[in-house]
Design a protein. Structure first.
Length: 237
């Protein structure tokens, strides 16, 4: 019986050892399975986290891109507005400068015209004074033939003027000679007056000082007729 008891106890011990071994193996399998499952969960969570981070990064990058594009558009609009304002200002300044320049030229032209008018008035006054001194020569009957010859020379020669160069030189030369002759006649009158008087050139009346103004009379007559000729030429084109 004791031997049977030992055998039974040995069988029980062996059975318990086998059960322990099976339990230990099963536990190791369970632990290993849990570890693998935990690793899978960790990898999945890591992947999900990385996916979320990538999605968030993409969202932020998209927002930054849109913000940058919006800012660039705003900057472009601002630049275009500033350029438009600058162009408008430059256009206004150019128009004002052109207006000022036109006004300056207008004032300058007006001043020139007034200068010409002033000079013309002065010349007219001088001409009146000169002609006033020639009035006695014009009215002196004793030298009527001399005046008539001067008028014939001036009007006759000026009427023959043309655009031909030789003709112009010829007329100028003849008029210059007539002026020189008039100067000589004036000198003769002055000389006779200094020597004690004499008879007028036309054979009547005594010599007077106004008879010695023939050259000035001839030059004035020449100038008056030249002015008339120039005015007529300008009116005729």
């Amino acid at each position: 019986q004791e031997r049977n008891m030992k055998r039974r106890l040995e069988r029980e011990r062996l059975k318990m050892e086998q059960d322990c071994l099976r339990a230990s193996s099963t536990l190791q399998k369970i632990i290993k399975a849990e570890e693998q499952s935990a690793k899978i969960i960790l990898r999945r969570e890591k992947a999900e986290k990385e996916a979320l981070e990538a999605k968030e990064a993409a969202r932020l990058a998209h927002i930054q891109k849109e913000q940058l594009a919006a800012k660039q558009q705003q900057d472009l609009v601002k630049q275009q507005q500033e350029e438009a304002i600058l162009a408008k200002q430059q256009k206004i300044e150019a128009a004002e400068a052109a207006k000022e320049e036109a006004h300056r030229k207008e004032v300058e032209e007006y001043n020139k015209k007034m200068e010409y008018v002033t000079k013309a008035h002065k010349l007219c006054e001088q001409l009146k004074q000169v002609r006033a001194t020639l009035e006695p020569f014009e009215k002196n009957k004793a030298i009527s033939k001399r005046r008539l010859n001067m008028k014939k020379i001036v009007k006759g020669k000026l009427n023959t003027l043309s655009h031909e160069g030789n003709k112009i030189l010829s007329v100028v030369s003849e008029i210059a000679n007539a002026v020189e002759v008039a100067r000589g006649e004036d000198e003769g009158v002055k000389k006779q007056l200094k020597e004690g008087g004499g008879v007028g050139m036309d054979g009547g009346g005594a010599l007077t000082s106004d008879m010695a103004r023939g050259k000035r009379y001839l030059v004035d007559l020449l100038a008056s007729n030249v002015i008339v000729r120039v005015q007529a030429e300008s009116f005729n084109g």
